[in-house]
Design a protein around this ligand. Structure first.
Ligand SMILES: Nc1ncnc2c1ncn2[C@@H]1O[C@H](COP(=O)(O)OP(=O)(O)OP(=O)(O)O)[C@@H](O)[C@H]1O
Length: 255
């Protein structure tokens, strides 16, 4: 479980996240909406532990461990992983090597994993070197598949992905988050939900990902303030109809 309490974060001398409270239970997936520059990526980068995002108040607890000031590698070891919006190019490091590093000491079949995201022809290329927007997303997913973390952060997984690959990306995320299992006569939906352990937090502007990954809750981040914890499709509808500012007004109670 992830518990964030009263989190305040400063970036380049400015408070960008204000009094954030967020709880994601084992097996849950949440989506994060919000206008450009509202702090969504900053929240994910803070959870992942990038030191330039300075926590000046509150705390982050994952699996009962206070990770507020833990380094990235410790968080990764505890089971947090992230798919980045704009990951850096790493010259001199092949994608295959990166995937093996992500797997740590676990035995994996890189070719087989790569085939699942149609990425087998990219393994000998340097990480992200000249990758297109959609290729970057598949590379990020491949690394997450190798890492197999318990809590996954996705920063705009659909952006730059064409209409055909969106299903591949969506279904891969669903599989990573254990959302792909159909209920059977033996197992009810509730049972499936109880057995699910993987957790996700997904930033999306369009909500396309919801067609593949049923999310339990949605939130809106507006000017560094988190609000509207409810059904993600309702939030999306509200944003489309009245815009972000009006959408958060109902929960913050501002005039
Ligand atoms: N290195 C930096 N120095 C100064 N300000 C920064 C830096 N990085 C980000 N910011 C600012 O922090 C704010 C939050 O940025 P963030 O990337 O978290 O927004 P976002 O909600 O993810 O936006 P988008 O939807 O456009 O991806 C923005 O105003 C951004 O310009």
């Amino acid at each position: 479980m992830l518990i964030i309490e009263d989190l305040q974060v400063e970036l380049a001398g400015k408070i960008i996240l204000k009094h954030i409270d967020l709880e994601i239970k084992a097996g849950e997936t949440h989506t994060l909406f919000g206008p450009n520059g509202s702090g969504k990526t900053s929240l994910l980068m803070t959870i992942m532990g990038y030191p330039q995002y300075k926590v000046v108040g509150g705390k982050i607890v994952f699996k009962g461990v206070d990770i507020t000031h833990s380094p990235i590698n410790e968080r990764a070891r505890l089971g947090i992983g992230m798919s980045y919006q704009r990951p850096p190019t790493i010259h001199g490091l092949k994608t295959r090597q990166m995937v093996e590093i992500c797997a740590s000491n676990r035995e994996i079949d890189v070719e087989n994993l790569a085939r699942r995201v149609n990425f087998q022809n990219f393994l000998e290329r340097d990480v992200n070197a000249g990758f297109s927007g959609g290729e970057i997303k598949r590379s990020e997913l491949l690394q997450l598949m190798a890492q197999n973390p318990d809590f996954m952060l996705f920063d705009e997984p659909e952006s730059g992905v064409d209409m055909e690959n969106i299903a591949l990306v969506g279904n891969t995320i669903a599989r990573l988050l254990q959302k792909d299992c159909e209920s059977t006569p033996e197992k009810s939906r509730m049972q499936m939900k109880r057995e699910r352990t993987k957790m996700g937090l997904i930033i999306t502007h369009t909500g396309y990902i919801l067609d593949y990954v049923p999310a339990d809750k949605g939130q809106v981040l507006y000017n560094g303030v988190l609000s509207c914890s409810t059904n993600p499709r309702e939030i999306l509808k509200c944003i489309e109809e009245v815009g972000y500012e009006e959408c958060v007004r109902c929960t913050t109670g501002r005039p």
